[in-house]
Ligand binder design. Structure first.
Ligand code: ADP
Ligand code: MG
Length: 273
């Protein structure tokens, strides 16, 4: 019996080597992301991140959890290659196609659903026929088939987020980086979107790094939950989430799910003091 968590000893996290069940997207996988000693001091002197080590395996679902301002977005942006760390580095195994989704769906109001979904493919100069196929597939995947000619203003918050996901999925990413994508949604829609995201992830097999400040969301979705401490941000502890995929709604009321959530909640409260 191995422990369901791993504690960091200050010199760095090790990748999980607990065996995954067959059918698990991360089963037997190689390392995909390696963050080594990455820190960030912004030009105004804010120390957002003290040196962080984190390894994410191919196909794994990892969440970064912590209070507002603890450096979650900074770490995600470093992994995404959107900003450079002040020290240390990140290596991505293979030239993995990356896609991002943020809290704000950032849709273009003058474009239809279909036209919004193909935006990134146009920027990547994907040929027309290929674009059509990929957009149709992505819209189908998020449940927006039939809404191609609608405009964003006619969509609910949940549907806008679906469209934002579809636009990113059309890239067929190997690495999917999400920064609080469901934070603006109501609780019910949010839970529906979590289940949808897991289904899409299992179908597509991408590696996910997901930022959230909602611990139940993190536990429901992830193989591992990385708890970060407030500024200057660092990794406090990494919890291994042992539940098999596919995960169902019943998991949310499972006693073990609640026990683990409570343990993570206690950890968050401790680090916030
Ligand atoms: N561009 C920036 N310049 C200066 N400080 C920043 C910048 N971006 C973020 N910060 C600061 O760095 C810290 C971590 O921010 P962030 O990574 O956005 O945290 P989180 O996503 O956990 O809320 C915060 O104190 C924030 O104010
Ligand atoms: Mg943030």
């Amino acid at each position: 019996m191995h422990s369901t968590e791993e504690r960091l000893n200050g010199t760095g996290a090790t990748g999980p080597d607990a065996g995954r069940a067959p059918g698990d997207p991360a089963s037997g996988a190689v390392d995909r992301i390696e963050v080594a000693g990455a820190s960030k001091v912004y030009p105004n002197g804010t120390v957002a991140l003290t040196p962080v080590d984190l390894t994410v395996r191919d196909g794994e679902f990892v969440s970064l959890l912590g209070p507002s301002g603890c450096g979650k977005s900074t770490l995600l942006r470093i992994i995404a290659g959107l900003i450079d760390p002040s020290e240390g580095g990140v290596s991505i195994n293979g030239d993995a196609q990356r896609a991002f989704v943020f809290q704000d769906p950032t849709l273009l109001p003058w474009r239809t659903v279909d036209s919004n979904a193909r935006l990134l493919l146009e920027l990547e100069n994907i040929p027309r026929a290929e674009r059509d196929a990929r957009v149709a597939e992505a819209l189908e995947m998020v449940g927006l088939a039939g809404f191609e000619k609608s405009y964003p203003r006619g969509l609910s918050g949940g549907m806008r987020m679906r469209l934002s996901l579809a636009r990113a999925l059309a890239l067929r990413p190997e690495l999917f980086l999400m920064d609080e994508p469901f934070s603006a949604l109501d609780e019910i829609t949010r839970e529906v979107m979590q289940a949808e995201l897991l289904r899409i992830w299992q179908e597509s097999g991408f590696t996910s790094v997901f930022v959230t400040h909602n611990l139940y969301e993190a536990v429901f979705l992830s193989h591992r939950v990385v708890v970060m401490s407030p500024r200057p941000g660092r990794i406090e502890r990494i919890f291994e989430i042992p539940f098999a995929y596919p995960r169902t709604e019943e998991l949310r009321s499972d006693p073990e799910f609640m026990r683990l959530s409570q343990e993570i909640s206690d950890c968050l409260r401790e680090v916030s003091q």
